[in-house]
Write a protein that binds this ligand. Structure first.
Ligand SMILES: [Fe+2]
Length: 233
């Protein structure tokens, strides 16, 4: 079994001609099976052709997409007066469906223009198979209601739920500070420290073991809900 895993940084590996892409520091991930040469794209946005080129240059075929959440810098759509390409463009180019959480489907349809038939919706604990590689979906609400992380062997692809420094904003529509607290302390709190965190933005770094992030990220060092409420205003 041979894992294919690429971490692509906005402004460097894709979207080089778009200054906003470099500023936002989004990560896109390619995950797949080197034996079957199939892969999926986590959070296809900004510059779909660049992302597809990386996969094709590696000899991989894109057979699906995975969305950590519905924000346009992760799936495409309108943001800050700009229109970003994303999951809809990937769907048109590769004819592949987008996996997401059930609670995120409406938001994804709204920002991307995709139809329900273009989506494969999931609950927490569901598995997604790419060749012989298996991803587990963890529902991690807080940044948005249907935010998810993907667990893959010794890695956690976390979207905007958790960065090396900080966590996703909870003051945007659908954000919920107390749900984020539960997600960080219980859902992610029970995961093994050796799991490598791969975040949705390069805030504070590209990847690190969860155990190290627990020591260095102030949002994981909160003692209790009272302190969390004070910290989050
Ligand atoms: Fe986000």
């Amino acid at each position: 079994m041979s894992l294919y895993f690429r971490q692509l940084l906005g402004g460097e590996h894709f979207g080089r001609r778009n200054p906003a892409c470099g500023q936002m520091q989004n990560f896109v991930y390619l995950i797949g099976d080197k034996d079957t040469k199939e892969c999926m794209v986590v959070d296809p946005a900004w510059a779909v052709d660049d992302i597809v080129d990386v996969a094709e240059n590696d000899g991989m075929k894109i057979v699906g997409a995975l969305a950590t959440h519905y924000h346009p810098d992760h799936v495409g759509g309108s943001m800050f007066g700009f229109t970003l390409e994303g999951a809809a463009r990937l769907n048109a180019r590769c004819n592949c469906q987008l996996h997401c959480h059930t609670e995120e489907a409406a938001g994804i349809r709204k920002v991307t223009g995709l139809s329900q038939g273009d989506l494969i919706t999931h609950s927490s604990g569901d598995k997604v198979q790419i060749g012989k590689i298996e991803l587990e979906i963890l529902h991690t609400p807080g940044h948005t209601p249907g935010s998810i992380c993907f667990r893959l062997r010794d890695a956690l692809v976390a979207g905007d739920t958790l960065f090396l420094q900080g966590c996703g904003r909870v003051d945007l529509p659908g954000g919920d500070s107390e749900q984020m607290y539960t997600t960080l302390t219980q859902r992610l709190g029970s995961l093994p420290p050796e799991l490598m965190l791969y975040p949705g933005h390069a805030y504070g770094g590209m990847s690190a073991p969860l155990g190290e992030v627990r020591r260095t990220n102030p949002y994981l060092r909160v003692k209790d809900l009272m302190q969390w409420r004070r910290m989050m205003g």
